[in-house]
Design a protein around this ligand. Sequence first.
Ligand SMILES: NC(=O)c1ccc[n+]([C@@H]2O[C@H](COP(=O)([O-])OP(=O)(O)OC[C@H]3O[C@@H](n4cnc5c(N)ncnc54)[C@H](OP(=O)(O)O)[C@@H]3O)[C@@H](O)[C@H]2O)c1
Length: 249
Amino acid sequence: MKVEGRGVIITGATSGIGYEITKMLYNKGARILAIGRNESALEGLKKEFPNLKVLRVDLADRKARKIIIPYALEVLEDLSILINNAGVGYFGKTLGSNPEILDRVMEVNFWAPLDLSLSFANIKSGQKSIIVNIISLIAFVPLPKWNIYAVSKSAERVFFISLREELRKYGIKVINLYPPAVKTPFFENSLGEKPKPVGFMVDPQKVASKVLNAIEREKEEVFLSFRDFIIAKIGSLFSPTISKLYGFR
Ligand SMILES: NC(=O)c1ccc[n+]([C@@H]2O[C@H](COP(=O)([O-])OP(=O)(O)OC[C@H]3O[C@@H](n4cnc5c(N)ncnc54)[C@H](OP(=O)(O)O)[C@@H]3O)[C@@H](O)[C@H]2O)c1
């Protein structure tokens, strides 16, 4: 699908990967509704991209996020693409962790994409449209201390693989993208302990161009490299070794 003139909702547009996707799609002529919580970052987006619309929503709030799809229909002339990008990490021991924080991770990373996608699919049924999910390679390779985050991402992965088959006959495509570690404020924004720095990281611009390419070519399962594809296929076998290497055990 070409993005020119298409209405696009992007969650987590205020930072990192979401910001780069917003910039790339806007410059390609998409009409964007940007979602985030950071008011000054949303104001900054409006200044940088004059035709872009913004909406401040805490995606962990079930009631608040219900307004996103109706609002998009009101302010965008078209609604063809939903990009579930917003996410939050949790790094730390599971034993003794605060259940409210764990709930929050699941709300933002799993329940919000699920809710938004079902509302989107209900109104788009029979019209060509696309749902994109920015998941993570960790959905395939669970690591100690990242386990709650990994659970939220693997639940998202499995849910959308299954939903993809159900929505296909209604003309709605589902794209799942699995980035490795990316150079964004994600690690400092993660809840819990301060995560250890990761050696190899890719640029968020690379993720954004993969997203654009996947939309244009209507790909379904997207890895950033062949290396990532192999990690996804066999990585879980090496999970204990990786844990040892990073001193997680
Ligand atoms: N960076 C990585 O290494 C990496 C790797 C694989 C996958 N990912 C995934 O990529 C996606 C984007 O992450 P990023 O790296 O760009 O991180 P980031 O720079 O921390 O950005 C996260 C975005 O999510 C939004 N967000 C977080 N909680 C929210 C909430 N409760 N309500 C509304 N918006 C919320 C933030 O907006 P506000 O600050 O305005 O609330 C921000 O725009 C996430 O789903 C992440 O899991 C990241």
